[in-house]
Write a protein of this length. Structure first.
Ligand SMILES: *[C@@H]1O[C@H](CO)[C@@H](O)[C@H](O)[C@H]1NC(C)=O
Ligand SMILES: *[C@@H]1O[C@H](CO)[C@@H](O)[C@H](O)[C@H]1NC(C)=O
Length: 289
């Protein structure tokens, strides 16, 4: 499990650093609706500025990714015990792009969704604090003052978990659908001419595009619920959004697609390579002792 935590950490970190400029542009575009992407790019004084705010998002992403990969691999191992397990020998000989256990379609969906729900819960306080920090309605000077203030609010400690239901109704289906398509895409791409790191990255991009598109309505509903002053329920928010046509459920999809697909491509590509490297080193170490 440590290997997966470690590999997940570096995969998440690489994705966060590489994609920070995209995140920053997205924030600036959303801040000023009149400004397009071109003027947001122009607003950057220097190339340096594009990486502003990297540290907090880096910590959040890499901690989240390492927890998720650790738990996911644990769940997948448990399920794999009921099907074929991969022997160390086959790892060494194998030319496969990935040494993750093979699971049934249902197990791929369920392990992904379960791991995401649990990690989402653990990370929720950090997410809530981050959003409060970004919003200019609050002027917190430290993380601790934010935590203290939120926990003394009307809902107490529960305030640190506000929006969990809405968040998980988007993230659990995403993770389940992603794992299903990711494993399927690796099998398809494996047969082509791509080298293995690219097989995994391309499969991740393919899976992420499909999963992001299919879960887009949940993201739109979540945002609508979170920014509404009154307590909108899920069906109410859905009805409100689709009043002008179902297409509104997919508002803002292109920016999210770019961000999520690139992030999945980078982090899963690196994650799989580190997992393979560590497994091969362990085999070599066992042979020489
Ligand atoms: C993308 O995923 C779909 C669904 O699993 C699959 O049918 C298709 O072959 C994949 N494409 C590539 C290039 O992997
Ligand atoms: C929203 O719901 C919560 C609990 O369900 C309640 O305490 C709160 O007063 C409600 N807020 C509004 C604006 O209706």
């Amino acid at each position: 499990m440590q290997t997966h935590v470690f590999a997940g950490f570096f995969g998440g970190m690489a994705a966060a650093v590489t994609l920070q400029p995209l995140d920053l542009l997205k924030t600036r575009v959303q801040q000023a609706p009149a400004a397009g992407i071109a003027s947001a790019v122009k607003s950057l004084g220097s190339i340096h500025e594009a990486w502003r705010g990297t540290l907090p998002s880096l910590i959040r992403t890499s901690v989240g990714a390492s927890l998720y990969m650790g738990l996911l691999s644990k769940f997948r191992d448990i399920r794999a015990e009921h099907s074929a397990r991969i022997s160390p020998l086959s790892i060494e000989k194998s030319s496969a792009s990935s040494i993750l256990p093979k699971l049934s379609a249902l197990d791929n969906v369920l392990t992904g969704a379960a791991a995401r729900s649990i990690v989402g819960f653990i990370m929720m306080p950090i997410t809530v604090v981050k959003v409060r920090f970004e919003s200019n309605h609050f002027n917190y000077r430290s993380i601790w003052s934010a935590v203290y203030d939120i926990s003394r609010g009307p809902s107490g400690w529960k305030g640190l978990f506000s929006g969990y239901g809405a968040t998980i109704s988007r993230d659990a289906p995403y993770a389940g659908i992603y794992m299903l398509f990711y494993e399927a895409s690796k099998d398809v791409l494996q047969l082509g001419w791509l080298p293995s790191p690219l097989v995994n990255s391309a499969a991740a991009v393919n899976a992420s595009v499909l999963a992001t598109t299919l879960t887009a309505p949940f993201d739109t509903v979540k945002t609508r619920i979170q920014v509404s002053v009154s307590n909108l329920t899920f069906p109410e928010a859905w009805k409100q959004i689709t009043a002008g046509g179902w297409r509104s459920l997919f508002d803002g999809l292109s920016l999210r697609l770019a961000r999520k697909a690139l992030s999945a491509g980078i982090s899963w590509g690196i994650y799989e390579e580190i997992v393979k490297l560590v497994a091969k080193r362990n085999i070599l170490a066992n042979e020489t002792t």
